[in-house]
Design a protein around this ligand. Structure first.
Ligand SMILES: Cc1cc2nc3c(=O)[nH]c(=O)nc-3n(C[C@H](O)[C@H](O)[C@H](O)COP(=O)(O)O)c2cc1C
Length: 263
């Protein structure tokens, strides 16, 4: 199967960002010449769709070394969570309670303090701008009406934006197991909204969007682990279909990361 990699065409301050600019942005902090950047990009772009086993990293054998112990303290809750965290696809289809879900939501999207009139979040974000939008597709959460929700962390509410949950989730999220979707509690979706960050960061907001989303998802993963909720982070999905069900009309907003939750 051939996989075609496509990049979002981005409008930043009414300027269409083409592939060349995307490459330039990605390699911004390197001292590679523009020609070399494009060569490397072309090299990466010709790959894809192959599965790859573990490959050894850089090998400095022969140099002086210092051993470190790969051991975390066992009796501290924080270390235990870091130790235990894993992707768990073995959903049993048991109800997830809303009181549990809301803890995962506020660990990732919640605000934790106010400084000089601005509120800040529980995850770091470039410039404290938090250019992310959060959504939750509720399939099976006890105490929350079925449907698709927008997370408004400032008002501390979930808005029901779509009462319809698509039946063919397996065609939207690239996880080839309908049974898993039937047993799942719901799906988190993180989108990046560059209208919140581009004024300050320009094309650099592309890179920061990915980093911000990673921080946010990490908190979703760790909070899920703490609460005994199973989670599968999913980077593979059909962006256009996701935008449609989330009713996103903003050209600068792109869904970039998701996670299936279950018990
Ligand atoms: C950025 C990212 C994208 C991922 N996308 C998918 C995906 O599309 N489908 C999937 O089944 N798992 C996906 N995963 C889960 C990984 O397969 C999983 O994290 C990996 O196998 C390592 O296992 P662990 O999380 O238990 O350590 C993704 C993980 C990350 C971090």
């Amino acid at each position: 199967m051939e996989i075609i990699i496509s990049y979002p065409i981005l409008w930043v301050k009414n300027k269409k960002m083409n592939e060349k600019e995307f490459i330039k942005n990605f390699f911004q902090s390197s001292n590679l010449t523009p020609v070399r950047q494009e060569e490397i990009f072309a090299r990466i772009a010709q790959f894809g769709a192959k599965s790859k086993e573990h490959t050894p990293k850089r090998d400095f054998l022969g140099l002086a070394m210092q051993k470190f112990n790969n051991i975390l303290p066992k009796f501290d809750g924080f270390w235990k969570i870091i130790e235990k965290r894993k992707t768990d696809r073995n959903f049993k289809g048991v109800f997830l309670k809303f009181s549990v879900l809301e803890k995962i939501i506020v660990s990732s999207f919640g605000k934790n303090r106010k400084e000089m009139g601005n509120f800040y979040h529980r995850t770091p974000s470039a410039g404290g701008l938090f250019g992310l939008q959060g959504y939750f597709i509720n399939q099976n959460v006890q105490g929350l009406k079925k449907g698709i929700y927008y997370i408004d962390e400032e008002k501390e509410v979930l808005f029901l934006i779509n009462e319809e949950v698509p039946l063919n989730l397996g065609k939207i999220f690239f996880y080839n197991d309908e049974d898993l979707f039937k047993k799942s509690s719901g799906i988190f979706i993180i989108s990046t909204d560059m209208s919140l960050t581009a004024d300050k960061y320009g094309v650099r907001s592309v890179r920061f969007a990915l980093l911000d989303a990673g921080h946010c998802m990490q908190n979703i993963c760790l909070a899920s682990e703490k609460l005994n909720v199973k989670i599968i982070p999913i980077g593979g999905f059909d962006e256009e279909k996701v935008k449609k069900i989330l009713k996103i009309n903003n050209e600068l907003e792109f869904p970039i990361y998701s996670a299936i939750l279950g018990k």
